[in-house]
Design a protein around this ligand. Structure first.
Ligand code: BES
Ligand code: ZN
Ligand code: ZN
Length: 507
């Protein structure tokens, strides 16, 4: 979808549908909000009448369409919810609800009247970005395997109107930046949504090579032979049961500033997680093509950083393997030696994410000496139990990095919740026969014992871990509770928050 800003009047009749936002009315008989008087004028009083009859209330996700009496298209009003909660997230959700309602309704061009979305409290730049977020992410569908699809919106415009005339250049820049980021989010969703028969570790490596070509980035793919040489026993063990051998993929973006810091972004790339010999029940297996979401997000983040020419140097590392049961699989009881020499006692082959990340983290810290390491992984079912489907767990031993990520979370609207990592969790991952164990005797605090395990492979480098098991994908049964801009399938969670962090730093 094309997206642009335009200083003209949204209601001049140049688009198929003009969309305006409206906050929720209270109980009293208040008049139609002043911001919508223009819409009512064009509609010849129809809106005020509907408001009076309480047909239009401004409730969250409420969508009402009017045909203009002058025949120049339609006006869609979308509810923003209560005025007291009017923020960027309310705008994202409203625009996603609007664009979804327009699917198959013959609306090719759609225009948003900025003033009605910014309201009295939101900065116009924030509202502009949020309109783009909601619209582009809400309109997303994974169409690769469908032979038919309903036509949706093709062109979006944020109409500034005379009130934002002086801000035009700044708003255009903000929108262009946001659209560039969103294009990568959508690109990432497309890869995460690929099924495991197609998205093999080698295919993910190929996607990385393509990104490298397109943006001029250095890409290194370590295949199974090279992984042997480097003693990456974690990746080799987890990938050992599959005919599709594991890959460690490194993509380097040189940064926009000479003195910029180096941030490593490491992702779990399990192309399918059957659990291995510790096999999962069928119902827990059907979504496990999404177990590569962390690695794809890491690739998305370096792609976005390059496209936006962000200041930090970024090293994306994708730890890719397929976890299947077979005669060549690793087993419970095995001891695995990883890249940095540390050993892992495998007690459950379904706790495989931490085993591949052990190699990836050890490797990137040793080879690149990054200032900061951020890893993303659909690591534990315990994360979903603890925080649900919309929020990722943030675990960090570095205050500055944690604060920076929480700030970026507030800006981007990707929710993070910080959880504590203590010696209690560190004790639990100690092994009797190896350095660490991948499964604990006491099955408590699953998010945090997994974090303690990862921490032991990072050492002293500033580090943050994002367990994205809940928000990485939407299923038909969780859709009801997810924001309307996270449609069924991959969400590409992490790309927006981490890219925002790289852009804004420790703001
Ligand atoms: N990929 C799963 C975690 C997961 C579960 C992601 C549900 C998304 C939704 C991971 O590899 C796994 O199986 N973890 C185990 C760890 C346990 C054996 C210690 C889990 O959470 O049950
Ligand atoms: Zn698993
Ligand atoms: Zn997994």
């Amino acid at each position: 979808m094309k997206f642009a800003v335009d200083r003209r009047d949204a209601l001049a009749g140049s688009v198929d549908i003009a969309v305006s936002g409206l906050t929720e009315r209270g109980e009293k008989d208040e008049p139609l909000p002043r911001l919508l008087v223009k819409e009512d004028e064009v509609l010849g009083g129809l809106l005020a009448a509907a408001w009076k009859r309480r047909e239009v209330k401004g409730r969250k996700a409420e969508v009402t369409t009017f045909h203009r009496p002058d025949g120049r298209g339609r006006i869609l009003l979308v509810g923003l919810g209560p005025k007291a909660n009017h923020d960027a997230e309310a705008v994202r959700r409203a625009c996603a609800s609007a664009v979804k309602a327009l699917k198959g309704k013959g609306a090719r061009t759609v225009g948003f009247r900025l003033a009605t979305f910014a309201g009295e409290s939101l900065a116009s730049e924030i509202a502009t970005r949020a309109i783009a977020d909601g619209t582009l992410l809400g309109a997303y569908e994974f169409l690769r395997y469908r032979s038919t699809a309903e036509a949706g919106v093709e062109e979006g415009t944020v109409f500034l109107g005379p009130e934002h005339g002086r801000e035009e250049a700044a708003l255009r820049r903000a929108l262009d930046q946001e659209v560039t980021l969103l294009e990568t989010v959508i690109w990432t969703r497309d890869i995460v949504n690929l099924p495991a028969d197609t998205a093999t570790p080698e295919r993910l490596a190929e996607e990385a090579r393509q990104v490298g070509k397109e943006y001029g980035l250095k890409v290194t793919v370590l295949d199974e032979k090279k992984l042997e040489e480097l003693h990456c026993g974690g990746l080799l063990a987890v990938g050992g049961g599959s005919v599709h051998p594991p890959r460690l993929v490194i993509v380097e973006y040189g940064g926009g500033a000479r003195s910029g810091k180096t941030v490593a972004v490491v992702g779990k790339g399990i192309t399918f997680d059957s659990g291995g010999i510790s096999i999962k029940p069928a119902a827990s297996m059907q979504d496990m093509k999404f177990d590569k979401a962390g690695a794809c997000a890491a690739l998305g983040i370096v792609r976005a950083a390059a496209a936006l020419k962000l200041p930090p140097k970024v090293i994306a590392v994708m730890a890719c393997a397929e976890n299947l049961p077979s005669g060549t699989s690793y087993r419970p009881g095995d001891v695995v030696r990883t890249y940095n020499g540390k050993t892992i006692e495998v007690l459950n082959t379904d706790a495989e994410g931490r085993v591949v990340l052990a190699d990836a983290l050890g490797y990137v810290v040793d080879k690149y000496h990054p200032d900061e390491v951020i890893d993303l992984a659909t690591l534990t079912g315990a994360e979903v139990v603890a925080l649900g489907d919309d929020t990722a767990a943030l675990i960090s031993t570095d205050e500055k990095l944690a604060k920076g990520l929480l700030g970026a979370s507030a800006t981007s609207g990707e929710p993070l919740w910080r959880m504590p990592l203590t010696d209690f969790h560190r004790e639990l991952v100690k092994s009797d026969i190896a350095d660490v164990r991948n499964h604990t005797e006491l099955t408590v605090a699953g998010v945090l014992t997994a974090s303690a395990f990862l921490e032991s492979f990072v050492g002293k480098t500033a580090w943050a871990h994002l367990d994205i098991a809940g928000p990485a994908y939407t299923t038909p049964s969780t859709r009801k509770w997810q924001p309307p801009y996270q449609p069924i399938g991959a969400t590409a969670f992490g790309v927006r928050v981490v890219t925002t962090y790289l852009r804004d730093g420790t703001a």
